[in-house]
Design a protein around this ligand. Structure first.
Ligand code: FAD
Length: 393
């Protein structure tokens, strides 16, 4: 075992302990690679802990008419994750709490003919089910509710438990790092403080927004990254209905709002609000954003009383490969050059597919059989944002 200040040689070094890096670490170690992971903050501290935890199956793409070509890959994701959650898949995620096995899609009025056609399509008939009367969840049984509700076969999971489950089998191979140094001359050599050095056959950058600075250190301007900023809203209160995982359909077929529910550190229900208001409200002040979302929720659920709720917002950027028109990419991105692979999953749900793609690009790299382990410190786990009391002003 290498002591502090020593050098280790590995097959693959991964930078970044979000869902993408951790999923990949598990897969590579299963395949016999001596792979390690470096995390500069806490595991899950990037986008992963801010995610709503929805294992998308492509409904959003289908709604916008974009479910074509490579984006069809996402259709397989719920089944692939479900197998892991049941302990029968490529990774054992049986310790991860499934917040819900499904979500709801609802409209506030009768559907436009375009949306009615969408739900009648063969693709959606197999994945959604229209709910009536008592078959609807409690939240939509109010006599004041006039729209339509569909059950959607896409699970929602607890991202903190996911990170813990992915880290547990590989704990000895995950290291905390302060500012690590890379150089264009030796792209697969990593230098850390205290004279610690890692020589890798391949380096995989899975650092989310951190990939940009790592690429700069390597003297590279490509692949370029885009940030899509969001201002999410969270509210908590004892009277808030729990177990709500739902998208409201908007006029333009993009979710008018997406609600997931969670618990704060004291066990109170938290609603976490994304979708259109999080994207459109990014430039608003905290107060203006809260007020816009409160108005929207009051319009959508006039039978609920939000007056005793506590509200706050969270700013977080999505980090993705740059698209020419700034739009949202619909598939994983992995590019390899001179021993360095740069990767963005673009969605938590696509982490298994990102690992497939990296494994494919590593086919020429033979597992060395090395077992060089370092006695270096391990990182902590990041809590969910709504469980950190300081995030509530
Ligand atoms: C508000 C929000 C909601 C979302 N909801 C969903 C959803 O419901 N479903 C879904 O499928 N997707 C969702 N996403 C997208 C999803 O969260 C991301 O695609 C996914 O988490 C990205 O994972 P990642 O591992 O690539 O990056 P990250 O989670 O950002 O992890 C990167 C890690 O790298 C570390 N790091 C940074 N720099 C360095 C460095 N120099 N050295 C070492 N480590 C470094 C960071 O600390 C971090 O831990 C959502 C995203 C956001 C922002």
């Amino acid at each position: 075992m290498a002591e502090a200040g020593q050098k280790i040689c590995v097959d693959v070094a991964i930078c970044g302990g979000g869902v993408a890096g951790l999923w990949l670490l598990n897969r590579l170690r299963q395949s016999g690679y001596h792979a390690i992971l470096l995390e500069s903050d806490r595991l899950g501290a990037g986008q992963t802990r801010y995610a709503q935890g929805i294992i998308h199956g492509g409904t959003k793409y289908a709604l916008t008419g974009k479910l074509t070509g490579s984006s069809e890959a996402i259709v397989e994701m719920p089944a692939r994750w479900r197998a892991c959650l049941e302990g029968k898949g490529e990774l054992d995620l049986s310790s991860v709490k499934l917040m819900s096995d499904h979500q709801y899609l609802w409209s506030t009025t009768s559907l436009t003919s375009r949306l009615a056609g969408f739900f009648a399509s063969r693709l959606m008939r197999s994945r959604t089910q229209a709910l009536e009367g008592e078959g609807r969840p409690e939240l939509f049984r109010s006599p004041q509710f006039k729209g339509q509700v569909y059950r959607l076969d896409e699970p929602v999971l607890d991202t903190a438990l996911l990170i813990a489950a992915l880290a547990a089998p590989c704990r000895d191979f995950i290291f905390a790092t302060d500012a690590l140094r890379l150089s264009p001359e030796h792209p697969t050599r990593i230098e850390m403080s205290g004279g610690r050095v890692i020589e890798a056959q391949r380096l995989v950058l899975c650092a989310g927004a951190g990939n940009e600075a790592l690429l700069q250190q390597l003297g590279r301007t490509t692949p370029a990254m885009q940030r899509r900023p969001l201002q999410m809203v969270m509210l908590r209160g004892n009277g808030l209905p729990t177990g709500v995982y739902a998208h409201c359909l908007g006029a333009n077929a993009l979710p008018r709002i997406t609600i997931t529910s969670h618990f704060d550190a004291a066990g109170r229900t938290v609603w976490y609000i994304g979708g259109q208001p999080a994207e459109e409200g990014v430039g608003r002040s905290r107060e203006a954003q809260i007020s816009a979302v409160r108005e929207e929720l009051t319009a959508l659920f006039p039978w609920l009383d939000f007056s005793a709720c506590e509200w706050d917002t969270l700013h977080i950027d999505r980090a993705e490969p740059k698209m020419a028109d700034g739009s949202r990419p619909d598939d994983v991105f992995v590019e390899g050059r001179e021993g360095v692979l740069t990767a963005w999953p673009t969605k938590l749900a696509l982490a298994p597919r990102l690992a497939d793609e990296v494994a494919r690009l590593l086919r020429g790299v033979l597992p060395s059989g090395s077992a060089d382990i370092a006695a270096w410190p391990h990182p902590q786990m990041a809590p969910l944002p709504w469980q950190e009391e300081e995030k509530w002003h």
